[in-house]
Ligand binder design. Structure first.
Ligand code: OSB
Ligand code: MG
Length: 369
């Protein structure tokens, strides 16, 4: 297939409430959608999940727009592509910038799946028709507000609850949650807020029977995570540290963790995620699908990825209505009893809701042959 036209849309959607982590807050979600058109009227969609500011990884919405418009899309335009797995190599001439790469690579996977009339999850080798999901709860102003969120999660059948922590808002918080919910499948995510100086403090989390501790140390500290994991009973899950297959191999070789959170955006696309999945399977590392507060297109791609065999732990993927009043896809992603059923239509399996889509588009750039 040859891609004859790309469109980059800049979108802005207000979230129902701000999402707060140890590194900051998101309320207005700015993101990009890449549309990839072939010469038969098919269109594939990919979402760029970089944030406005470089606090989760170094990319931003603006850097991704630049990389896509000035480098990646011109490289891919009118190229003969037999299979979307080739896009990874075609883009490897550009260093890093995984979120920009993932935005266009996922659009090409959707396009390809639509051309051959198959659901994306089948095309990538997924093996289940439904995925288990939990929720990720941001830092709250009060413990009462946190309890409220946990109650809603439990009412929706969430398979586990993840709570964000940061220094000064951590152990005591987990202790009170554990006391109130002795059997809750619970985990914490620090988003890199600690250092090895905090080892004695982090060891105290072992008493709360947590499923895992996500990314306690810096993104570049795979080695320090290995030191920490040796002293911690709680399994460490890496998020920010794993941006490529190479990072995954390094973490495995160093025994830096027992679990990976996999996000298509953070690792640079579906093909890279599939390679990490293979490597992790061989090494006995468990996987789950992470989230990036995505709109429907990104959400649909990550739901598809989570159908791969070794995604054995509940994902962060909530339903569309968890974060947004309305979504750009139809139907929306819905969670019933803690599960999302995979759509059976071709491609990502969700149609674009044109009215909502146009309403939240603030800029459009076309790149044509
Ligand atoms: O660390 O997994 C993370 C949201 C934004 C940036 C980073 C993270 C998160 C979440 C929420 O935890 C995931 C989601 O529900 O989409
Ligand atoms: Mg995380």
């Amino acid at each position: 297939m040859n891609i004859k036209k790309f469109i980059i849309r800049t979108m802005k959607m207000r979230m129902k409430s701000p999402f707060t982590t140890s590194f900051g807050s998101v309320q207005d979600k700015l993101f990009l959608i890449v549309e990839a058109y072939d010469d038969q009227g098919n269109c594939g969609y990919g979402e760029c999940d970089a944030f406005e500011a470089p606090w989760y990884t170094e990319e931003t919405v603006a850097t991704c727009h630049h990389m896509l418009q000035d480098f990646m899309l011109p490289t891919l335009l009118d190229q003969a592509i037999q299979h979307p797995s080739e896009v990874r190599d075609l883009l490897s001439v550009y260093r890093r910038n995984p979120m920009a790469k993932a935005a266009v690579e996922t659009a090409i996977w959707d396009l390809y799946a639509k051309r051959i009339g198959k659901p994306l999850y089948e095309v990538i080798g997924g093996e289940r028709q439904a995925i288990d999901v939990g929720v990720s709860i941001g830092l709250q102003r009060t413990t009462e507000a946190l309890y409220e969120k946990i109650e809603v999660a439990l009412a929706n059948g969430a398979k586990r609850v993840k709570v964000k922590i940061k220094p000064g808002n951590d152990l005591a918080l987990i202790a009170t949650i554990r006391k109130r919910y002795p059997n809750l499948p619970l985990m914490v995510d620090a988003n890199s807020a600690y250092t090895l100086k905090d080892i004695a403090h982090l060891k105290k989390f072992d008493q709360y029977d947590l499923l895992m501790m996500e990314q306690p140390l810096g993104a570049d500290d795979i080695l320090d995570h290995a030191t920490l994991q040796k002293q911690l009973k709680t399994p460490i899950c890496l998020d920010e540290s794993i941006c490529s297959l190479k990072d995954a191999q390094t973490a495995i070789a160093l025994n830096a963790c027992q679990i990976f959170n996999v996000k298509i955006a953070r690792v640079g696309g579906i093909e890279e995620a599939r390679l990490i999945h293979e490597e992790a399977s061989k090494a006995g590392i468990q996987l789950w699908g992470g989230g990036m507060l995505e709109a429907g297109v990104g959400r649909a791609h990550s739901v598809a990825l989570t159908t791969l065999r070794n995604f054995t732990l509940p994902a962060d993927t909530s339903g569309s209505s968890h974060y947004f009043e309305e979504d750009i896809i139809s139907p929306e992603v819905v969670v019933v009893n803690g599960q999302i059923q995979l759509p059976t239509k071709a491609g990502i399996g969700y149609a674009i809701n044109k009215e909502v889509y146009e309403k939240y588009t603030i800029k459009k750039v076309e790149i044509e042959v």
